[in-house]
Design a binder for this molecule. Structure first.
Ligand code: SF4
Length: 126
């Protein structure tokens, strides 16, 4: 709902593949580490996350960085746990702002392109 702000914690859901432990998450490729310990110690974590100012992380809300943050917020305090229980169990928990957004008309992201057979030369764009 966009009502909470969490820091990115990509080490909470790291990626391991044939090249090793990917820095800092599966979306970015800033190198690999041989071990998880090396990943933790050699990655400059403050350079990542929407709060870092790194343009590669701008507007990111991907689970690899923020799902672990939400889980940590749920289980690291009684308030976080109760907020999660409330959001999960009570159907009366409604977000009117979010419901109003659903009613707003959405502009198409891409213009509609008509494809029709023709013998005319086609304009091309670079
Ligand atoms: S903000 Fe997104 S892209 Fe940047 S490190 Fe976190 S999960 Fe990866």
């Amino acid at each position: 709902m966009g009502k909470r702000t969490y820091p990115c914690t990509p080490w909470g859901m790291p990626t391991y593949n044939t090249f090793g432990w990917q820095k800092p998450c599966y979306l970015l490729q800033d190198g690999y580490a041989e071990t998880f310990a090396e990943l933790l110690s050699t990655t400059e974590w403050s350079n990542y996350g929407t709060e870092s100012g790194n343009p590669a992380c701008a507007n990111c809300m991907v689970h690899s960085g923020y799902e672990a943050s939400a889980v940590n917020a749920t289980f690291s305090s009684l308030g976080g746990f109760l907020a999660t229980v409330k959001a999960t169990l009570f159907t009366s928990y409604r977000d009117q702002d979010a419901l109003d957004l659903l009613e707003e008309p959405a502009a198409p992201v891409h213009p509609l392109v008509q494809i029709a057979p023709t013998n005319e030369p086609q304009e091309t764009r670079a």
